[in-house]
Design a protein around this ligand. Structure first.
Ligand code: ATP
Ligand code: MG
Length: 580
């Protein structure tokens, strides 16, 4: 009987809402007479719901996918073109995390969580709106409970974010410990330390369990409070309806009360889920924030320049530093100060100095990794007027740590696929790697692993040298590898450089004096300042120079050998040069 009256009430409410002319004097009769009409309305509404549901889902997911793709592209473009300083101050793990974890969340978890949240949230809002629409007296308790609810939600959110952070922090030691244990398993067994390691592992797991169980407890904490709010609201609704009916404060019938209760009871469980999902969305939005942060990075103006260099620039390879100072960032102090030197076309220059003197920073200056102060000319063109792309493509470098990329020997020699096989083989022959590469199964197509890990340091250096030969730059800068290569390879590299870059300007940053002692001039740096710049033999002879100190710090045999080479070079070659 109760059910019937509720059902009729529901029909009556719908009829009123959709202006249907239904007689309720004889409910059972009119119900069956107008059944077709109801079917039609029901089918129509269901059809609309399906249509809008599909439309919403397809629009939402298309938009979400597009946003994720656009954000990824924007982030990639910015990170790819941002200054090197960014990579100095951001650990590679952090950058990879944004491209993997954060982008992954953007791709799948965030859209589904937002969609779920919107769905449930709209259902809850619908239920509450319906209740308020039928019984506006409930507005006051609704506002009071809403304030209470906002307080609880904020409290939960700040706590849960902190717990999640702690959970993340205590999770990594488990992985680190497992990795270390596995890599040192033989030593652990030999030292009979299994028990200790096991105990340590259990401690790490306990820490993590504490954090993760706290996370579960606070969810329960929130659940109980949210359930209480909805139950109190349902109770207030019911009581207020009874009072309203008793004191005739509002026109409301039992059907409408039934309708309100059905919706409210239904939203009890949904309410909790809606809030959890809203907190989850807020937590996940930090990933979007992180991706956005990288997609707004400042980029280097790679193609912007006031001047286009003439074709074939630099034809001579003359380099002039006119009052050049350099620092890696505006907030840092200068690492090169007031450099005033001129390197003549085709000269071979060696740079020496203690570690941290600023030798490698000269390369950074020439490549404008950060903008230097002063004037820096290459063949009478101030390089600051050129676009970075034009400048960098004309200089060749063999860095302190030879860099190879995953791919093949060919892609490492000629990444843009501009040269013929003959050119590549010729270059390999000049660095005496031709036979080695030919002996590899796939020749030029032989695989190069990450960082060239399947090649020796010497081979990597030689490939970098071959790369420079192929590029035919007039200026070559070599930052000598600190990792020692064997004497034979070293001699091979030196010989290849001498042969292939006879007519080029070669600047060698030396860690071993014998590689530069036969150079035309040597530049001695100390704390970012040019201390001496002159012919090797002259510098050795002058006991106030850094080179003199360096040579005389070696054992006698080495020293004599170096002085002999420098002397021979001094006697046999007379290269005109100008001090600036
Ligand atoms: N990427 C960087 N960001 C900020 N400061 C840097 C950076 N690289 C080097 N420096 C600083 O610049 C100074 C000169 O360093 P540089 O690498 O030029 O020395 P170096 O003479 O090449 O030393 P080494 O012989 O060890 O290679 C040092 O004080 C160093 O701390
Ligand atoms: Mg260096």
């Amino acid at each position: 009987m109760k059910n019937k009256s509720y059902f009729l009430g529901l029909i009556k409410w719908n009829a009123k809402k959709y202006n249907l002319n239904i007689s309720f004097n004889n409910p059972s009769l009119s119900l069956f007479t107008d059944r077709t009409q109801y079917y039609i309305i029901y089918c129509f509404l269901s059809g609309l719901a399906i249509f809008f549901g599909l439309l919403r889902i397809s629009l939402f997911y298309t938009l979400a996918a597009r946003s994720a793709i656009n954000l990824h592209i924007a982030m990639f473009n910015k990170v790819f073109k941002t200054s090197i300083r960014f990579f100095d101050i951001n650990p590679i793990g952090r950058i990879i995390n944004r491209f993997s974890n954060d982008t992954g969340l953007l791709d799948d978890i965030i859209p589904s969580t937002i969609s779920d949240f919107m769905n449930v949230f709209m259902t809850v809002v619908g239920s509450i709106s319906l209740t308020l629409f039928l019984n506006y007296w409930l507005l006051f308790p609704t506002i009071a409970l809403a304030i209470f609810f906002i307080f609880i939600r904020n409290y939960y959110l700040t706590t849960s974010m902190e717990i999640k952070r702690i959970e993340g922090i205590v999770r990594s030691p488990i992985f680190v410990h497992t990795g270390n244990t596995l890599s040192g398993i033989s030593i652990i067994r030999a030292a009979n330390m299994e028990e200790k390691l096991n105990q340590e592992f259990n401690d790490h797991v306990d820490f993590h369990t504490r954090a993760s169980s706290t996370s579960i407890y606070i969810n329960r904490w929130l659940g109980i409070r949210l359930d209480s709010i909805t139950i109190i609201f349902t109770y207030i609704t019911l009581t207020s309806c009874l009072l309203i009916k008793k004191y005739r404060l509002l026109e409301i019938d039992s059907g409408e009360i039934g309708l309100m209760l059905v919706y409210l009871l239904q939203s009890t469980s949904l309410f909790q889920w809606a809030i959890r999902q809203s907190c989850e969305v807020e937590n996940l939005m930090t990933s979007v924030e992180r991706v956005l942060e990288y997609s707004e990075l400042e980029t280097e103006p790679l193609d912007k320049g006031d001047r286009k260099p003439p074709t074939g620039w630099p034809s001579n390879g003359e380099i002039t530093f006119d009052n050049v100072s350099f620092r890696y960032d505006k907030n840092l102090s200068y690492v090169l100060n007031d450099m005033n030197i001129k390197i003549n076309a085709g000269e071979k220059i060696g740079i020496v100095g203690r570690t941290g003197a600023g030798k490698s920073s000269i390369i950074q200056t020439l490549f404008r990794m950060a903008e230097p102060d002063g004037y820096l000319y290459i063949d009478d063109i101030n390089i600051k007027e050129l676009s970075l792309h034009d400048l960098r493509s004309k200089l060749s470098i063999i860095p302190q740590e030879p860099t190879l990329f995953i791919g093949t020997i060919r892609t490492n020699l000629d990444p843009l696929n501009e040269y013929t096989d003959n050119v590549l083989w010729d270059a390999l022959a000049q660095v005496q790697l031709k036979e080695t590469i030919k002996e590899m199964k796939d020749g030029l197509e032989s695989e190069v692993h990450k960082g060239g890990s399947n090649l020796s340091v010497g081979q990597k250096q030689l490939i970098c040298l071959a790369r420079a030969i192929i590029k035919k730059s007039k200026i070559l800068i070599i930052d000598e590898a600190t990792a020692n290569v064997d004497f034979k390879t070293d001699a091979m590299v030196q010989e290849a450089i001498r042969e292939c870059f006879k007519d080029c300007t070669v600047i060698t940053i030396a860690h071993r004096l014998h590689t530069i002692i036969d150079n035309d001039r040597i530049l001695c740096l100390s704390q970012g300042r040019v201390v001496n710049f002159g012919r090797p033999y002259e510098l050795i002879e002058d006991d106030t120079t850094i080179l003199h100190d360096l040579v005389f710090s070696l054992d006698k045999h080495e020293r004599v050998k170096l002085i002999d080479v420098a002397k021979e070079k001094y006697i046999n070659y007379e290269i005109p040069f100008t001090h600036f």
